[in-house]
Design a protein around this ligand. Structure first.
Ligand code: HEM
Length: 497
């Protein structure tokens, strides 16, 4: 009987049967009452469409948003992803329903590998561990000067170190990103390790390179996370190697540094973040939360989240100066008037430099350094407006779409700092539809530090230099999307004023 049936089947029948089976399986395993979205293929979902978009993935997200609305869903492998492109809906989801939608994906291959090899920290953890580590990290950063004068001075010293390097370069074209990464990384080092590195130090150069390599990869939609077979392809192997191995190497480096700290720890003299962390561990009933691997992971988080983002923001600012010389000139005039040349700008000067505040705010809006932020996960079934989203759904705040929405922002693609000034030239900070650091309980915990670094380095650099492209060249304002959206490497000049 079986022989007769098998004999009757030709290749076409087998193919049709398989196709119907896969489509049926795809349909049956798709959650019901999900937001609308583009049709995907069985097994892989919408992966091919994202792959085909290449470096234009953000444009594809824009197209899907236009087609399917402010809440749309896609499927990658067996994972469901929901994108939210409206500020109010995002507030309801990430803030009001923050207890449901503040998880992090635990079922993505690369993230699991990082966690397996280097432990859990703040960014990738969830639940009780995340809450406790986030609380202690914020408290420790505050104790070590974030938002205070002592840190301001350290940031200013670091800004002067950047000025020194540029002066030595004598107006030759410079690739700014590596230099600005050293600036941002050293600020973190001074909070965490109580010390800074010399910019020529080989270990330091390696550290900043690894941090950048780890977080400049197109991680969020990487096929290795969704389709196991791609982990064996050269591109898949490379991304796993670049990301996971970078984290492991940074982890090993920190292991050595932290061991020295543990050996010289004196509870009566808390020197830095690491000492404070050791003290918290010895004072706590939950000492296991603060074990050495968690401490290293928290520190790696601060390096990873605090170096690339800040350096990317600052590089975009300088590139926009080269592209918009009239904006740069106005910033220089304001600095000359308010601060002059005899001293550095301080955070107290902010209120007297409304145009500079407006330029920084507009850069955050128009460039979108973290265009899709960091993915969240629904820890249990939840509602996003009329839709039902099952547990484990990845939920993405589509920050770029909110910042470039013509309904919220007239002529959204145009760089126009004046949109944040009133008729008397006072700075008007945006009250809604603006969230470069995300919102809700997961929002960036380095925002105060990032804003301080951005403002102080911005002022220090325009006070001393004019940024221009080499003769005959135009700045390329198209970026590349990894975890962050960064400018393409393009050397330009810092001319002493
Ligand atoms: C301009 C610079 C920066 C930007 C644009 C930025 C943006 C963001 C965004 C969009 C998120 C994701 C929030 C979410 O999941 O909803 C985030 C998370 C985070 N950021 Fe930042 N960030 C910057 C600088 C920093 C700095 C300087 C630090 C630390 C020193 C830092 C530490 C973190 C940490 C630890 C998280 C994870 C928070 C959590 O999961 O609870 N960031 N940041």
């Amino acid at each position: 009987m079986l022989d007769t049936i098998l004999g009757a089947l030709d290749t076409t029948s087998v193919f049709v049967f398989l196709l119907v089976f896969l489509i049926g399986y795809y349909w049956l395993t798709s959650p019901k009452n999900m937001p609308p979205g583009p049709m995907g293929l069985p097994l892989i979902g919408n992966l091919l469409q994202l792959r085909a978009a290449g470096s234009n993935q953000l444009e594809l997200l824009k197209k899907w948003r236009q087609q399917y609305g402010d809440v749309f869903a896609i499927r990658l492998g067996s994972k469901n992803l929901v994108f939210i492109s409206d500020y109010k809906i995002l507030q309801e989801t990430f803030v009001k329903n923050g207890d449901i939608f503040s998880g992090r994906p635990s079922n993505l291959y690369i993230i699991n590998q990082i966690k397996k090899k280097t432990g859990t920290g703040v960014i990738l953890s969830e639940g009780a561990i995340w809450k406790e580590l986030r609380r202690v990290t914020l408290m420790t950063m505050r104790d070590f000067g974030v938002g205070k004068k002592s840190l301001e001075q350290r940031v200013l010293d670091e800004a002067l170190a950047v000025v020194e390097v540029l002066e030595k370069g004598e107006g030759q074209p410079v690739l700014f990103k590596p230099l600005l990464s050293k600036f941002a990384c050293n600020v973190i080092c001074s909070i965490i390790l109580g010390d800074r590195f010399d910019y020529d130090d080989k270990t330091f150069i390696e550290l900043t390179k690894l941090v950048n390599l780890a977080v400049s990869q197109p991680l969020v939609f990487a096929p290795v996370n969704f389709l196991p077979i791609t982990r064996f392809a050269p591109a898949g192997k490379k991304i796993i190697h670049d990301v996971v191995d970078s984290f492991v190497t940074i982890d090993n480096f920190l292991g050595t540094v932290l061991k020295e700290h543990e050996e010289t720890y004196d509870p009566s003299e808390i020197r830095d973040f690491v000492d404070f962390y050791i003290k918290t561990r010895s004072d706590s009933d939950d000492a296991h939360l603060y074990d050495a691997s968690n401490m290293r992971r928290v520190i790696i988080d601060l390096f990873a989240a605090g170096t690339e983002t800040t350096a990317t923001t600052l590089s975009w600012i300088l590139l926009y100066f080269a592209a918009y010389p009239e904006v740069q000139t106005r910033c220089q005039q304001d600095i000359d008037k308010v601060v002059g040349q005899g001293r550095s700008a301080t955070m107290d000067d902010r209120k007297n430099l409304p145009y500079i505040e407006a330029v920084i705010t507009e850069i955050f809006r128009v460039v979108n350094i973290a265009p899709v932020a960091v993915p969240h996960v629904a820890v249990k079934e939840g509602k996003i407006r009329q839709y039902t989203v099952p547990a484990e759904t990845i939920v993405i705040g589509n920050i770029r779409e909110i910042h470039l929405d013509p309904v919220n922002w007239p002529e959204p693609d145009i760089f126009k700092p004046e949109r944040f000034l009133d008729k008397d030239g006072n700075f008007c900070p945006p009250k809604e539809n603006f969230m470069p650091f995300s919102i809700g309980p997961r929002a960036c915990l380095g925002e105060v530090l990032a804003r301080m670094e951005t403002f102080l380095l911005f002022c220090t650099l325009v006070q001393s230099f004019t940024f221009v492209m080499p003769q005959g060249q135009k700045p390329d304002l198209q970026g590349q999307f990894g975890v962050t959206y960064s400018g393409k490497p393009q050397p330009f000049l810092a001319k002493r004023r």
